[in-house]
Design a protein around this ligand. Structure first.
Ligand SMILES: Cc1cc2nc3c(=O)[nH]c(=O)nc-3n(C[C@H](O)[C@H](O)[C@H](O)COP(=O)(O)OP(=O)(O)OC[C@H]3O[C@@H](n4cnc5c(N)ncnc54)[C@H](O)[C@@H]3O)c2cc1C
Length: 313
């Protein structure tokens, strides 16, 4: 398994379809002829949405090509029309510090990110910041630190999970996980029989776990996942910002444009700026009429930035 990443992986996992028969049904029922010159749903969807505003179909249709229609939308700043096109990107090989900045983008985005509480990070991977990359001495310093952090993470997780295994802790975790459930008022039963013990109060369960090694063992086995999860949520405190993460991001075209502008800017942090440039490259290819105005410019230090004349549409 790759342990250190230098550049994000971007998987384009979701984009739209536009069922031609439904569009035709609308045109037949309520509009007229619509002439356009693209099959790309990312282009067709916002054009149709924009045309609804003025019902500019048939004789009322001015522009006949999609590029000039959407270019005008972008030029006049009618940005809400662009919100109808949506892309889902699955990003991996990026750091927690990058995603901390990414999720600040609220409008028009949805996120689902790898949970450091549920997912064991014993074999975590890391991202080498661009400034450190290709400098063997700095890379080694960073990697040595990452190795230490993983070791401490493992120790903390093991020790905390064990620390939670007191008679009180074991019963509390079984309750939290709803393995012990209330039957008669004040009496609790385990989902499956515990050596015939049933219908006991919480204090009675605690006493049994303290007195009987086999009951304690049973509870330990049943609560190990929950105890390790609780341990991980504390142990992750020692994982660095460089820890690799995965995030599923769905954003509309207007929101992606805003992201590309802010994070592709020369003032943005280097890792997210490289991502913004890669996202711009991908979306320019996917939907040139929506993202074609972005230039990706190489800077004297070999990194890149994005640039457009149409900011914040
Ligand atoms: C170079 C750079 C440096 C930064 N440094 C810092 C820093 O030091 N500390 C820090 O905390 N953050 C920092 N940020 C993050 C920044 O403040 C924004 O949180 C982030 O860029 C998201 O921008 P946004 O709010 O425009 O985006 P979104 O949340 O996606 O919003 C898009 C647009 O929608 C509108 N909008 C969204 N929500 C509201 C609202 N509630 N009310 C009114 N209008 C709204 C605004 O017009 C906004 O621009 C930095 C960002 C950059 C690019």
């Amino acid at each position: 398994m790759q342990k250190y990443f230098k550049r994000a992986n971007i998987y384009l996992v979701g984009k739209q379809v536009m069922p031609a028969e439904e569009v035709q049904r609308f045109l037949d029922n309520e509009a007229d002829v619509w002439i356009t010159d693209t099959d790309n749903p990312a282009h067709r969807i916002p054009e149709l949405a924009g045309r609804i505003c003025y019902m500019s179909f048939g004789e009322k249709q001015g522009r006949k090509d999609n590029n000039s229609y959407l270019s005008n939308i972008i030029k006049v700043g009618h940005g809400s029309v662009l919100e109808h096109t949506v892309y889902s990107l699955l990003l991996t090989g990026i750091s927690r510090s990058l995603t901390h900045e990414l999720v600040r983008h609220r409008a028009g985005f949805a996120y689902s990110q790898l949970s450091q509480r549920y997912v064991d990070e014993t074999d975590a991977q890391f991202v080498i910041p661009p400034a450190v990359q290709d400098d063997p001495e700095l890379e080694k310093t960073l990697q040595d630190f990452c190795d230490v952090s993983l070791k401490v993470y493992g120790e903390l997780t093991d020790k905390l999970a064990e620390k939670y295994a007191t008679p009180t802790g074991l019963v509390d975790f079984a309750l939290r996980e709803e393995q012990l459930t209330e039957g008669e008022t004040g009496k609790f039963t385990f989902g499956e029989a515990v050596e015939g013990h049933d219908n006991l109060s919480i204090d009675e369960w605690r006493s049994r776990a303290a007195e009987s090694e086999s009951i304690a063992k049973f509870f330990k086995k049943k609560t190990i996942r929950a105890r390790r999860k609780a341990a991980r949520e504390a142990a992750r405190a020692v994982l660095p910002n460089a820890t690799e993460t995965k995030i599923f991001v769905t954003g509309n075209a207007r929101a992606w444009r805003h992201f590309i502008e802010l994070r592709g800017d020369i003032h943005a942090e280097a890792e997210i700026r490289a991502l913004a440039c890669d996202v711009a490259r991908l979306l320019k290819k996917e939907a040139p009429n929506l993202f074609g105005d972005y230039e990706i410019v190489e800077l004297p230090d070999g990194t890149e930035r994005t640039r457009t004349t149409h900011r914040k549409v």
